[in-house]
Write a protein that binds this ligand. Structure first.
Ligand SMILES: N[C@@H](CCC(=O)N[C@@H](CS)C(=O)NCC(=O)O)C(=O)O
Length: 294
C-alpha cells in the first residue's frame, strides 16, 4: 500500500468501526466516491460528509465544513478540515487533504490516501456481513492482484498524476516530459483495450476505477486547461479507450452516478486561479459532448 501515516484496515480487522468519509469532487475524491458507488454502499451507511472549498474561511488548505445538512462535521462540529485533522491526529503536519476516511466511534483517522481508501472500500466489509455480500463487482480479485498493482503504478505516473504535472509545470522541459508521458499512457491503454474489454482482462477492476476519473475529465479540463498531451487531444483520438469509457459509463453500475461532468470540469476553471486568471468558465461540457450519451 502507499506510505501513509495512518492505519490500513484489512478484512481481518475487528468489526467495531463506524465509517465516515469526508470528501470533495476532484479526481482523488472521485475515486473514493466511485468505490462506494460500485460497491453499492449508500451515502447514509458510511456517514458521508461533503466539503466546501473556501480558502478564505479555511485555516489551512481549502476545505471547510458548513451548516447545511450533509456538510457539517458530525463528530466534533469543526469549522474546517484542518481542525478535524488536529483533533484526531494532534500535531499533524502534512497537508489536510480530502478524501478522508475516519472511524467515527473511535474518533480516529483511518486514512487520507485515496488509493488506500479505494482498496479498503473495495475489499473490506468492515466487519459487516451486509457490505460483504452486496459486493457486485470484485475490484481486486486475488488472481489479478499483481497485474492490477502494476497497472496502477503506470496509470498513476503517466496519467492520474501526469495530467497534473502538465498543468503545473513551470518549465518547458518539465511540461514536454509530462505531456509525452500522458500520450504514452493513453496509447498504452488504447493498445491494451484493443484485446480486452477492461485494463486487466474481461472484468472491471480497481485499475479501471482508478483510470476513470482522469479519462472522464480529460476532454473538459486536462487537455484544454492543463494542456495534457497537447490542448487539442481528445479521448476520441484513442478509439479503444473511448469505447472503454462508454462501456464503463453504461455497463458498470454506479459510474454514471459518481460524477456531475459539467460541475466537475467547471470546478477546475473556478478553483485553479493560476491556470485561469480571468476566472471565466467555458461553455459547459456535457456527457453528450464526450460521446457518452446520444
Ligand atoms: N495523495 C492524496 C492527494 C489528495 C488531494 O490532493 N486531495 C485534494 C482534493 S481532491 C486536496 O485535498 N487538496 C487540498 C490541498 O492540497 O491542500 C490522495 O490521493 O488521497
Amino acid at each position: 500500500m502507499n506510505a501513509s501515516v495512518f492505519t490500513y484496515i484489512s478484512e481481518e480487522e475487528p468489526s467495531t468501526f463506524q465509517l465516515n468519509t469526508f470528501y470533495f469532487f476532484l479526481q482523488w475524491c472521485h475515486r473514493a466516491r466511485l468505490a462506494l458507488k460500485v460497491r453499492q454502499i449508500i451515502d447514509d451507511e458510511v456517514g458521508l460528509t461533503y466539503l466546501v472549498d473556501d480558502p478564505v474561511r479555511a485555516s489551512r488548505g481549502g476545505w471547510v465544513f458548513d451548516k447545511k445538512p450533509g456538510y457539517s462535521d458530525p463528530i466534533f462540529a469543526s469549522n474546517d478540515l484542518r481542525q478535524l485533522y488536529e483533533r484526531m491526529s494532534p500535531g499533524f503536519k502534512g497537508r489536510c487533504t480530502a478524501p478522508l476516511l475516519v472511524d467515527s466511534k473511535r474518533k480516529e483517522i483511518i486514512s487520507n490516501e485515496s488509493s488506500d481508501i479505494v482498496r479498503m472500500l473495495g475489499t473490506a466489509s468492515f466487519g459487516r456481513e451486509d457490505l460483504r455480500l452486496r459486493t457486485a463487482i470484485d475490484l481486486y480479485p486475488p488472481d489479478l492482484a499483481k497485474i492490477i498493482d502494476e497497472t496502477n503504478i503506470w496509470v498513476y505516473e503517466l496519467l492520474n498524476n501526469g495530467v497534473y504535472q502538465c498543468g503545473f509545470s513551470t518549465t518547458q522541459v518539465a511540461y514536454d516530459r509530462a505531456s509525452a508521458g500522458v500520450r504514452r499512457g493513453l496509447e498504452r491503454c488504447n493498445d491494451i483495450l484493443s484485446n480486452n474489454d477492461f485494463l486487466c482482462g474481461p472484468n472491471f477492476t480497481e485499475a479501471d476505477l482508478r483510470l476513470l476519473p482522469t479519462v472522464l475529465r480529460f476532454d473538459g479540463s486536462y487537455a484544454p486547461l492543463f494542456r495534457a498531451g497537447g490542448a487539442h487531444l481528445r479521448i476520441r483520438d484513442f478509439p479503444n479507450l473511448h469505447k472503454w469509457l462508454i462501456k464503463c459509463w453504461h455497463d458498470v453500475p454506479g459510474v454514471k452516478d459518481s460524477i456531475d461532468i459539467q460541475d466537475a470540469n467547471s470546478s477546475y476553471y473556478r478553483q485553479l486561479f493560476p491556470l485561469n486568471p480571468g476566472g471565466l468558465i467555458p461553455t459547459a461540457i456535457t456527457a453528450k459532448d464526450i460521446g457518452l450519451e446520444a
